[in-house]
Design a protein around this ligand. Structure first.
Ligand SMILES: Nc1ncnc2c1ncn2[C@@H]1O[C@H](COP(=O)(O)OP(=O)(O)OP(=O)(O)O)[C@@H](O)[C@H]1O
Length: 235
C-alpha cells in the first residue's frame, strides 16, 4: 500500500464573524493515498468544502492537523501555503473561472508559465479531449468543454493533489459524465490523489472510496469493491 498523500487528525474549524461562531468541522481524521479517487458526499453545510479548502491550503484550521506527504499544513505560513498550492495542488470548482478574453490554450498557459515542471498546454488539453478546441474562447465552448479546460488548467502543473468541488454541479448528466471521464483519466495517468465533492450520489460508483460527511464529521467511509466506469452512470 502506498504512503498517504493527504492526512488529517482531529481537524476542526470554527468560523467567527463578529459575535457569531459557526463550527464547520468537529474533528476529522482522514487519509488519502497516492492515486486514490475519493468521492465526498454529505448534506449542504456538513463541512465538505471547508475540509477541501484546508487540505488544499486555501484556509487554516482552528485546531487539529493536516498533512501533505511529510509537510504539516497547519503550521505552515502564508508563503508556504502559497507554494504548496502553486506547486502541488490542482483545483476544479463548479463554475469554471476561465478568463473570457483568453483562448483555452491561453487559459492553461496562465498556469504553465508559473509552474515548476508543467506539461505543455497542448498536452493538458489533449488529455481532456480538447485537442480540436485549443484556440476557442470560453464563450465558444459548451459548459462541459469549459469545465474540461478548467481541468486541463488544474492538471497542467502535474499536481500530486487534485481537489474538485462540485465539478459536475452545473452540468447535465451526459456532459457531466464526460467531465467525470476526464477526471478519471487524469487521475489514472498522473496518479494525482483526487478528492471530488458532489451532491450527486450516483458519482459514488466511480470512486475507490466514498466518504460521507455529516455535521462537521466523517460519518462513514466505504470502499468500492468494484468501480463503475463513468459511462455506466447517469443522473
Ligand atoms: N467563510 C465562512 N464564514 C462563516 N461560516 C462559514 C464560512 N464558510 C462556511 N461556513 C459555514 O460552515 C459550515 C460548513 O460549510 P461548508 O461550505 O464547508 O459545507 P459543505 O458541506 O461544503 O456545504 P455545501 O454542500 O452546501 O457546499 C456551514 O454552516 C457554513 O455556513
Amino acid at each position: 500500500m502506498s504512503a498517504a498523500t493527504l492526512r488529517t487528525k482531529g481537524l476542526a474549524k470554527v468560523y467567527r464573524t463578529g459575535a457569531v461562531e459557526v463550527t464547520a468541522l468537529r474533528g476529522v481524521d482522514f487519509e488519502a493515498r497516492e492515486g486514490e479517487f475519493i468521492v465526498m458526499l454529505g448534506p449542504s453545510g456538513s463541512g465538505k468544502s471547508t475540509f477541501l479548502n484546508i487540505v488544499g491550503g486555501l484556509d487554516q484550521a482552528t485546531s487539529g492537523e493536516a498533512w501533505f506527504q511529510e509537510h504539516n499544513l497547519t503550521t505552515m505560513d502564508e508563503r508556504g501555503l502559497t507554494l504548496y498550492r502553486r506547486d502541488h495542488v490542482g483545483f476544479v470548482f463548479q463554475f469554471y473561472n476561465l478568463v473570457p478574453s483568453l483562448t483555452a490554450r491561453e487559459n492553461v498557459s496562465l498556469v504553465t508559465e508559473i509552474a515548476r515542471n508543467p506539461m505543455k498546454p497542448e498536452e493538458a488539453l489533449s488529455l481532456v479531449g480538447l485537442e480540436q478546441r485549443m484556440d476557442h474562447f470560453p464563450a465558444q465552448l459548451s459548459g462541459g468543454e469549459q469545465q474540461r479546460v478548467a481541468i486541463a488548467r488544474a492538471i497542467a502543473k502535474r499536481p500530486e493533489v487534485l481537489l474538485c468541488d462540485e465539478p459536475t454541479g452545473a452540468l447535465d448528466s451526459r456532459t457531466g459524465v464526460k467531465v467525470l471521464e476526464a477526471l478519471l483519466l487524469v487521475n489514472r495517468e498522473l496518479r494525482a490523489t483526487t478528492l471530488v465533492i458532489t451532491h450527486n450520489a450516483a458519482i459514488r460508483e466511480v470512486a475507490d472510496r466514498v466518504v460521507s460527511f455529516g455535521d462537521g464529521r466523517i460519518l462513514s467511509v466505504s470502499v468500492n469493491a468494484e468501480r463503475k466506469p463513468a459511462s455506466a452512470i447517469s443522473w
